[in-house]
Design a protein around this ligand. Structure first.
Ligand code: NAD
Length: 424
């Protein structure tokens, strides 16, 4: 059987990590050779150059990407990241994880991801709007409600999704809210979408604590990243009665063994933009945060922060992967030996975001809108189902929880490809 001829286009540590995870899962379920490479590699990718007029009249050209990993199980779905370290390899890895995540949750979607190499904090609001609109204009022929539906990710938010939806709608000449999710409510966004990822993380943490007979009221939690996902997870966990002992952003970590007042931290962020100088606890480094003694550790920022050096030092009972790909492949090998740590793998842990994005898309297509309670009720039904299927697969085959989640996600994508056959 001939192997795929793969270019070095996606070459990066994070893409290699996603490929190693895939290979391990494909071996574990004896995925037939003829379907492996078709399931593994991205279907197509687009690179765009984005010239933007700056406020001072000069022009800067940014670079962006959109990678569609899999279109066999429905329109592709995945966020758009604005970050200075974005690469096409990272976007490709994130698009693979979106495929497995959507498939694991039983959503009628393939996987995709987008990214622009930019530090959005260095742009004025009007420059950010021009960049967001230009990016959407460039990828517009490549996306759409039945082709590929973007959403927010790191560095992007509701406001940016609103500009993108407006740009796409103008491009095709009619209102098309279903072209992106994570929009403002006034443009057809869903109730509950903003908090969905963090609420989903908190819900699963509560469920796994209950499985371990650990009362959430005595749980301590450390959270890396205080953006959309980290802050919403902190609020929801604090709402359940857990004590949030550490939070962080790219400027600092904050530690308070008596519990951080999350609402105060959010008010501080909304005026100061960053956690630096927040007086709700002692400053600590991000590395110190990851190795704190706590019941639950939530990496909720970047990928590959839990390395082989950090893994032996973790002192948590549950590792809840709110970020995508926070644990390196070699760290994972170490954690598999540390049976005292329960891992909620990213493709399950942060699936709440794409599940409510799916609800938003459904509401847009039907022009029929649900209230927040209905959205969150439907969210937990899907999360419970995904959690049960992962835990059943784990028990049945004696897999790690990550391997259980990945094998379920990968198998469903491979089955769809197999059933569709090879064209022509
Ligand atoms: P965000 O941009 O809203 O927030 C990111 C946070 O991480 C910020 O607080 C930022 O300061 C912090 N951060 C950045 N670099 C850091 C560093 N080196 N050390 C510590 N903190 C750092 O992004 P987000 O939407 O919350 O996404 C966070 C993670 O969750 C990403 O991995 C993303 O792919 C994943 N995710 C997001 C969603 C979603 O709905 N937004 C859904 C699923 C998964």
């Amino acid at each position: 059987m001939s192997k795929a001829v793969v270019s070095s286009l996606y070459d990066s540590d994070v893409f290699k990590m996603a490929c190693r995870q895939f290979d391990q899962a494909a071996d574990a379920i004896s995925l037939p050779e003829h379907i492996r490479d078709r399931t593994k590699y991205p279907r197509r990718s687009l690179s765009v150059s984005l010239p933007i007029k700056r406020d001072d009249g000069s022009v800067t050209v940014f670079e962006g990407y959109r990678v569609q990993h899999n279109l066999s199980t429905g329109p592709a779905k995945g966020g758009i990241r604005f970050h200075q370290d974005v690469s096409i390899g990272e976007v490709a890895a994130l698009s693979m994880w979106m495929s497995w995540k959507c498939s694991l949750a039983g959503l009628p979607y393939g996987g995709a991801k987008g990214g622009v190499i930019v530090d959005p904090r260095l742009l004025s609001e009007s420059e950010l709007e021009r960049l967001s609109r230009r990016y959407m204009q460039e990828i517009a022929p490549f996306i759409g409600p039945h082709i590929d539906v973007p959403a927010p990710d790191m560095g992007t938010n509701e406001k940016i999704m609103g500009w993108m939806m407006d740009t796409y709608s103008n491009h095709i000449g009619r209102n098309e809210p279903a072209c992106v999710t994570g929009k403002p409510i006034s443009l057809g966004g869903s109730q509950g979408r903003r908090e969905a990822t963090g609420v989903g993380v908190a819900y699963l943490v509560k469920a796994y604590l209950a499985d371990l007979n650990l009362p959430i009221q005595s749980a301590t939690v450390a959270i890396q990243g205080f953006g959309n996902v980290g802050s919403e997870a902190a609020l929801a966990l604090a709402g359940y009665g857990a004590k949030i002992i550490a939070i962080s952003d790219y400027t600092t970590g904050i530690y308070n063994p008596h519990g951080i007042d999350i609402k105060r931290a959010l008010a501080f962020i909304s005026s100061q933009k960053v956690l630096r100088d927040f007086d709700g606890g002692e400053p600590i480094t991000n590395e110190e945060l990851l190795t704190l003694d706590c019941t639950v550790l939530v990496p909720g920022a970047l990928e590959r922060v839990i390395t082989a050096e950090i893994a032996p030092k973790l002192r948590c009972r549950i590792l809840a992967e709110a970020a995508n790909g926070p644990t390196t492949f070699s760290a994972d090998r170490i954690l598999e030996q540390r049976e005292e740590i329960e891992i909620i793998p990213d493709v399950l842990c942060n699936a709440g975001g794409v599940i409510v994005s799916y609800f938003e898309w459904l509401q847009n297509l039907q022009n029929c809108y649900w209230d927040r309670e209905e959205v969150l009720q439907k969210l937990v039904v899907i999360l419970d189902r995904a959690k049960s299927s992962v835990d059943y697969q784990k028990r049945k085959f004696k897999f790690s929880r990550r391997l259980a989640a990945l094998t379920l996600g990968i198998q469903r994508v491979a089955d769809a490809k197999q059933s569709r056959g090879l064209f022509p």
